[in-house]
Every structure is written in structure tokens, then in C-alpha cells.
Design a protein. Structure first.
Length: 164
């Protein structure tokens, strides 16, 4: 499955979400070259950024088990692309649009996708010393939710949560 994700599902190497793992695609011909599941009516390159976060997190875990660098490289690529495209989230705007054209950046829908796996991807890479510093994780948490992500992920380090 990991090889399928990195060899058959990536967006083109151009635009605002380059070489980013697609969540779905029209799989009659591989590698996947166009959207599916209703997204294709919006355009050939439409993706859902939260699904790339899920795939990135899975690839980071797969790297831990196999130690195959190709999985880590794609996990880092997905994280880097997500960081570059992150915007301030608030009650009416997700940090990433629900659907976006990977090449042009045009997007549809302010509703949020699944932020949990994006944050888990960032945390996984941080715990292993890759790509993202703990300082940057604090900034990400504040930018997305207005609170410290590290306090939520590591409640035993705060005075108000967990064992003392």
C-alpha cells in the first residue's frame, strides 16, 4: 500500500500542492492522473488536503517499521506542502480548504477536513527529529486552534492535566 501511495497517487510536480498524495482518483489508468468521486467535476487536479495528511502520517509510521527512506521522504513532502499552504484557521475558515486544485490553488469549501491526522503527521515527524521543530509546532497549534498543541498532545507536562 505504501508503494502504491508514493508511485501511483501523487499530484503533478507543479503548482501549489506538488507531489502530494491524492486521496482518491480515477484508477482506470495508473498512475492516477485525475480526480474521482465527484471531485472531477471541479477539475482534473482536485484533492482533499486532509487526506494527504492521513497518507503522510501512515507513511511516516510505515517508515518506522521498514526503515525505507522512500516512505519518510513522501511523509516529509506531504508535511512541507501542508505547511506551505496553511492559513490561519478560525470559526469560519479551516487552515486548509476541504477541496483544492493541486495545481492552481483554487479551492471549494471552508469546512474543515480531518485535522487530527495532519497534526499527528507533524508530531510524528517532530518526535523523530525530522522537518519540524517543537517551536514550529507551537506556532502551528496557535495558528490552527489558538492554543498550544503540545499541551494537548503531552498533557502530563502541564499542571492541569494528567498525573502530577
Amino acid at each position: 500500500m505504501g508503494d502504491f501511495l508514493i508511485y501511483e497517487t501523487l499530484t503533478p510536480d507543479k503548482g501549489v500542492y506538488p507531489r502530494f498524495t491524492r486521496s482518491t482518483g480515477h484508477n482506470i489508468k495508473l498512475p492516477i492522473e485525475r480526480s474521482s468521486q465527484g471531485d472531477e467535476k471541479l477539475g482534473k487536479y482536485v484533492i482533499e488536503p486532509d487526506k494527504g495528511g492521513m497518507a503522510g502520517y501512515a507513511l511516516a509510521l510505515l517508515f518506522e517499521v521498514t526503515q525505507e527512506e522512500k516512505y519518510l521522504a513522501q511523509a516529509i513532502q506531504n508535511a512541507d506542502v501542508l505547511l506551505k499552504n496553511m492559513r490561519r484557521g478560525d470559526a469560519g475558515h479551516s487552515p486548509w480548504p476541504f477541496r483544492v486544485d493541486a495545481v492552481s490553488g483554487k479551492y471549494w469549501g471552508e469546512r474543515s477536513g480531518n485535522m487530527v491526522y495532519i497534526l499527528r503527521l507533524f508530531e510524528q515527524l517532530t518526535e523523530n527529529g525530522f522537518a519540524i521543530s517543537r517551536y514550529l509546532l507551537r506556532i502551528i497549534g496557535k495558528k490552527i486552534y489558538g492554543f498550544s498543541f503540545l499541551k494537548i498532545c503531552h498533557p502530563m507536562t502541564t499542571a492541569t492535566h494528567g498525573p502530577r
